[in-house]
Ligand binder design. Sequence first.
Ligand code: SF4
Ligand code: SF4
Length: 208
Amino acid sequence: MNLLLHICCACCLCAPLNELRKEGFKVTGFFYNPNIHPLLEFRKRLKALRVFQESDPIKVIYHEDYGIKEYLKNVDYEGNDRCADCYALRLKFAATSAKRNGFDAFTSTMLFSVYQNHKQLKTISENLSKEYKIDFVYRDYRHLSECSHDIARKKMIYRQGYCGCIFSEYERYKNTTRELYKGNNPYSKDTPEILSTEDELQRCSCFG
Ligand code: SF4
Ligand code: SF4
């Protein structure tokens, strides 16, 4: 079965990709993520997938335009459910592209992440599948998340510190300064503990 796999970065891809292949799927990647901001972060994740391809022959269809305007047009970022709009935006394009390009089915690496709303992703995908008459392959590989991140680490693939949009970046880092410096005065010689940025990033994958 020819499967179009929506990929938001290489982190959640590493281990589940092997499982999908073992099941007999012929997997083609699909990079379409207008939710990743700012531009330099978008480029880093794009590059991470290309680095992954250096050690794995997966074919990937890239949408390389920076999509901040598209994201802001389609996502109710002031409401309480921006993630549902964001999922729908990306999955709809994945589903319709799969249909248009003759794939048998679509799915997404977002389903393999422990940080995403799995149930919501599944429901949105199932609805798109019915609407656009293209099969949706549902798999729950969240138990492989750590394994995936280990592989990414070994392959020296960039691992992001927040989900993607500028709002998630703010939520992830808004308290960072206070966390980094556990003393009152960061410049004091008596400051007890200073965590490195690397320590900080080790703690998180998508949402931190
Ligand atoms: S870590 Fe987040 S951005 Fe990367 S593939 Fe997983 S869900 Fe997507
Ligand atoms: S937090 Fe992640 S899923 Fe939610 S809107 Fe932002 S980029 Fe999209």
